[in-house]
Design a protein around this ligand. Structure first.
Ligand SMILES: C[S@@+](CC[C@H](N)C(=O)[O-])C[C@H]1O[C@@H](n2cnc3c(N)ncnc32)[C@H](O)[C@@H]1O
Length: 324
């Protein structure tokens, strides 16, 4: 579809493009944790740090995964794993939706500036904000850069509500440059029971007639790896007793990040998470042989993520982190 007329999102008092506040102060790139391969965790406002990264390293990331606060209107607390004591981790209170979008927009733009031409941004939001964030991303990336809307479907204890249970989040994927072949590794999911019953685990091939019309399928001798993965992902939330649970609020399951990172980056690639939280993206990326950078402004997040990463990197307790 040709889009000759640009569609944009507007709200009362939205700053114009030229009126965006300039970078107040150049952020120094001083990691609070770093590993031998250059993977690092930075403290501070991610807008400042991403802008400083853009000046220092440019377009190096194959993947930026962003999991911002969801406009819940409350302070989220971390629970200590031992004595179950709680303390504030991050503040998700905003004047209104407009102020939330005013904060998110420049951060999406800053993340885009760090992507390699083959790279992707994945923004993780919920259905209350996903439609606004999608239009914001269309503006910032161009509509043709939109690649996927992934629905992460989970199961949880039902709430009392005169409504359908809310059991999904939304992950929006945008490509930096639609003209460049993207970093892409196809993932597979198991065959449906009906397909297994009809064809077993043999690969099927479409028999195509004149004009490219698919006539039927035939079975080959090759074993199938499954069906290419769709955009609805059924992945459980982290169980209360799971070993991966850190006690940090809004922690995402490693299985979710394994899919995002596995599909959109290769070993040795750089992956960035500007809303690092408990460090899920960094932990999974490093385990999968990627180099990872994370940013967070919460001291509780940085402490949690650094401890988690120390469990992966063979650093002695209290030893100075290696220079990046
Ligand atoms: C939803 S949590 C991320 C959870 C993470 N994906 C995980 O699995 O643990 C959002 C995080 O973004 C951080 N944050 C919010 N605004 C920020 C900003 N402007 N700069 C840096 N970090 C920010 C919060 O401190 C919080 O840790």
């Amino acid at each position: 579809m040709k889009n000759s007329r640009r569609v944009t999102l507007s709200w009362d008092g939205r700053p114009s493009e030229g009126a965006r506040p300039p970078l107040a102060k150049a952020a120094a790139l001083e990691p609070v944790y770093c590993a031998d391969d250059g993977s690092a965790l930075y403290a501070g406002d991610n807008l400042q740090v991403m802008r400083a990264m853009a000046r220092a390293v440019g377009e190096v990331f194959s993947l930026v995964y962003m999991d911002p606060p969801f406009l819940t209107g409350r302070v989220h607390e971390a629970t200590s794993r031992g004595d179950r004591a709680t303390r504030p981790a991050f503040d998700d209170r905003w004047t209104d939706r407009a102020s939330y979008l005013e904060a998110l927009g420049p951060r999406i733009a800053a993340a885009r500036a760090l992507l390699a031409p083959h790279g992707s941004l994945v923004v993780h939001v919920d259905p209350k904000t996903s439609h606004y964030v999608k239009v914001l991303c269309d503006e910032l990336f161009g509509e043709d850069a939109f690649a996927s809307e992934i629905v992460w479907r989970y199961r949880r204890w039902p709430s009392k509500t005169p409504n359908f249970q809310r059991v999904h989040d939304v992950l929006l994927r945008y490509r930096k440059d639609p003209a460049t072949p993207p970093r892409w590794n196809v993932l597979y999911e198991p065959l449906a029971p009906s397909t297994l019953a009809a064809w077993g685990k043999k690969k099927q091939r479409a028999v195509v007639g004149e004009g490219g019309r698919r006539l039927r399928s035939s079975s080959t001798d090759e074993a199938t790896p499954g069906v290419p993965m769709g955009d609805v992902w059924d992945i459980g939330v982290i169980a209360p007793v799971s070993r991966e649970r850190t006690g940090y609020p809004s922690q995402k399951p490693e299985a979710l990040l394994e899919r995002v990172i596995g599909a959109l980056s290769n070993e040795g690639d750089w992956v960035l998470d500007p809303y690092a939280g408990s460090g899920t993206t960094l932990a999974v990326a490093r385990r999968m042989g990627r180099r990872a950078a994370g940013i967070d402004e919460s001291a509780v997040a940085l402490e949690t993520a650094a401890a988690r990463l120390r469990g992966l990197a063979p650093l002695a307790e209290g030893a100075p982190a290696p220079a990046c």
